[in-house]
Write a protein that binds this ligand. Structure first.
Ligand SMILES: Cc1ncc(COP(=O)(O)O)c(C=O)c1O
Length: 337
């Protein structure tokens, strides 16, 4: 099977498995795991923050960020198709007492104007918005990218209104590679950033939350409360170190493969493909069921995702080669052409 459902299906590389087997470990709840500490220091330096916290999942990283940047009864501003709104099981409400105030845009990106327009006048009897969440790259919108300038502008608009900013950067390195910029440039100015190691970078587990030293200390307490205090976590952090040291630049290959799939879809009638920027290809099917298309593709050896009744998603990653993507393009033409 050619598995294009998600980049989360990637398996750890042989180098990661060796690093895991040989990892020096200690009890990370005591702060004594040298491999976890090394990963956190490396990630903080790479992304331009004072400190980082290794978290078991991107969801936990996002939810910890929301908790430490808000108070119960406040709201956060996010795109209506963002991960924190669609896929975190109302965690912001359950864990932080926060409601989303959502915005709609074709590319999932929040502009300064949209942020300003969405904010209620400041009055004691109106809802208080505390936080803006930017998702880079944006998953459901089709791997769309905030440039450095767009990120700066959105953060400036949030700051003008006295809001904090979290970046859900589960695929921030895909954005950096696509734009040919450093990841710290895409993270600059945010209060917190979450990056994932277990997607295109192929680590088996985990992500990182980045922030000031003081906020990371608070985040560590929340992680423990959520049951995310891990003991000899260096075993998995070792794979994370290999991920950030060796797996970022190769994401260009995934992006080239995604463009190939995007072109195959663009040649099919009665559908609309979102311009391909990174490793996610999203197509809106007109008058056809996405579930039926997914089933027909599976019969031809290609796994894809139906994101809703009419939306098909394909995600490229290290475990599908160029020639497999060429075969997948053939299957798309046969099913949708
Ligand atoms: C944009 C975005 N944020 C957060 C997550 C959550 O990451 P994890 O699966 O590591 O919890 C995902 C996962 O697909 C995602 O696409």
């Amino acid at each position: 099977m050619i598995d294009l459902r998600s980049d989360t299906v990637t398996r750890p590389t042989p180098q990661m498995r060796r690093a895991m087997a040989e990892a020096e470990v200690g009890d990370d709840v005591y702060g004594e795991d040298p491999t976890v500490n090394r990963l956190q220091e490396r990630a903080a330096r790479l992304l331009g923050f004072e400190a980082a916290l290794f978290v078991p999942s991107g969801v936990m990283g996002n939810e910890i960020a929301i908790r430490i940047l808000t108070r119960p009864g406040q709201e956060l501003l996010a795109d209506d198709r963002s991960h924190v709104v669609q896929y975190e099981l109302a965690g912001m409400a359950a864990l932080s007492g926060v409601m989303p105030r959502t915005l709609t845009s074709p590319d999932g990106l929040l502009t300064p104007e949209a942020i300003r327009r969405a904010l209620p006048p400041k009055a004691y009897y109106r809802s208080e918005v505390a936080l803006v969440v930017l998702e880079n790259t944006h998953n459901l919108a089709g791997g769309t990218v905030y440039t450095v300038e767009q990120t700066r502008a959105a953060i400036a608009a949030a700051r003008e209104a006295g809001l904090k900013v979290h970046i859900d950067g589960a695929r921030l390195w895909n954005a950096a590679v696509a734009l040919r910029v450093r990841s710290d440039e895409l993270a600059a100015g945010a209060d917190t950033v979450m990056v994932d190691l277990s997607k295109g970078l192929c680590a088996p587990v985990g992500g990182l939350l980045l922030a000031s030293r003081e906020r990371i200390e608070e985040a560590r307490r929340v992680r423990k409360q959520l049951g995310g205090g891990m003991r000899q976590a260096g075993i998995i952090a070792a794979a994370g170190l290999v991920a950030i040291e060796t797996m970022i630049e190769r994401l260009v290959e995934d992006h080239a493969n995604a463009r190939l799939l995007g072109a195959a879809l663009a040649a099919c009638p009665r559908l609309r493909v979102t311009p391909v920027r990174t490793n996610i290809v999203v197509a809106s099917l007109e008058g056809r069921s996405a579930a039926a298309v997914v089933a027909a593709l599976a019969e031809r050896g290609v796994l894809a995702s139906a994101m809703d009744a009419v939306t098909l998603r394909l995600v490229t990653h290290r475990d599908v080669s160029r020639s497999e993507c060429e075969r997948a393009a053939g299957a798309l033409a046969a099913v949708l052409g």
